[in-house]
Design a binder for this molecule. Structure first.
Ligand code: MN
Length: 349
């Protein structure tokens, strides 16, 4: 595995100099943040980003994300224009030698939480999701703000989007995903860029919008749409693991052995209800997931691809982007590296 760390570009409060000092850190997971969704990424901007990262002794392991325009997910006639732009971006990323692209196919909202600074017993704060609270929210009245809402869409735009999605049920969304994959995967193959869809977070429908990348059955359906190692998965333990019915290590091993795991997100969560959870420290005893079993699963298919600690708590008085502080993610990275080293050496004996 190649340990990596998400970095939000030059506006990130955590400098690359600090990230490099985390033991075992090899790669950066980043994106270009000032290009509107749907537009093609110019090669020069990609090369500039690559140069910045490499000057700091690391490499770009993954671009997370190249966002998919809503018109593609809704299936509007305008999607073809956006898909062409997406192809251009993939080709340019290939020219720059970027090995993996992470993306998701969630309608309107990216990852969703009910609170970003919930205080855990040890005084640290974490992101949590409580189904009862989310169910009471109405995104169209906009009274409560969730991550990404107010910044992504104006109220009128949100109304328009929800109107469009009235005609998109789960099957329609699958159809639109299939259309997208059939267009972009051949380009990804040619450009040698491995695509890695991120599962829906949380892995169930919210606000009446469909969500389809949620469990083993749906991941199986996904990979069968286009049979290619370039049509792969981001196996995110915190997203898929939020559903207690998902056996994440088993799923990871299963899709890994099929050669379809192109990226791993590792974090622990603690189930607090059938559809509620808290993000916890990475160490197994703090959450509901067995992190050692996750590492063992990766070793079972000799995973050589990128992995990153996903969200972390806020500890030691750090402030910043919720989930993306330096300290707890760095602790998570070294913990995962420790588990991996032990597992590798144990098997050599
Ligand atoms: Mn994730």
């Amino acid at each position: 595995m190649e340990m990596s760390f998400r970095w939000y570009g030059k506006s990130d409060s955590i400098p690359l100099e600090y990230i490099r000092q985390i033991p075992g850190m090899k790669g950066i997971v980043t994106a270009i943040y000032d290009i509107p969704v749907g537009e093609a990424w110019p090669l020069e901007k990609i090369m500039e980003l690559k140069k910045t990262v490499e000057e700091h002794g690391m490499r770009i392991s993954v671009i997370e994300s190249v966002p998919v325009h809503e018109d593609i997910k809704i299936g509007l006639p305008t999607r073809d224009k956006y898909i062409e732009n997406y192809k251009t971006t993939i080709r340019n990323l290939g020219k720059a030698g970027i090995p993996v692209v992470c993306y998701n196919f969630m309608p309107v909202f990216d990852w969703t939480r009910s609170q970003l600074d919930y205080q855990l017993p040890d005084g640290s704060t974490a992101l949590i999701y409580e189904e009862e609270i989310v169910q009471k929210m109405d995104p169209l009245t906009g009274e409560i703000s969730l991550p990404g809402w107010d910044t992504s869409y104006k109220k009128e735009e949100l109304h328009e989007l929800f109107d469009h999605y009235k005609n998109v049920d789960e099957e329609k969304l699958w159809e639109n995903l299939e259309y997208f994959l059939n267009e972009i995967i051949p380009v990804a193959e040619e450009a040698d860029v491995k695509m890695a869809i991120h599962p829906d977070d949380p892995p169930w429908g919210i606000f009446g919008l469909p969500r389809i990348i949620t469990n083993k059955e749906s991941l199986e359906r996904f990979i069968s749409i286009y049979d290619s190692p370039y049509n792969g998965l981001t196996m995110c333990s915190g997203s898929l693991g939020a559903d207690p019915d998902n056996d994440f290590p088993e799923m990871l091993r299963y899709f890994g052995k099929k050669g379809r795991v192109n990226f791993v997100h590792a974090r622990n969560i603690k189930h607090t209800g059938p559809k509620s959870f808290q993000e916890s420290a990475h160490v197994s005893e703090y959450g509901s997931l067995d992190m050692y079993e996750i590492i063992r699963a990766m070793k079972d298919f000799d995973y050589t691809g990128p992995i990153r600690p996903d969200h972390g708590r806020m500890i030691w008085g750090e402030t910043g982007k919720p989930g993306y502080g330096l300290y707890d993610r760095a602790l998570g990275a070294t913990y995962l590296i420790g588990l991996w080293e032990a597992e590798v050496k144990n098997r050599q004996r």
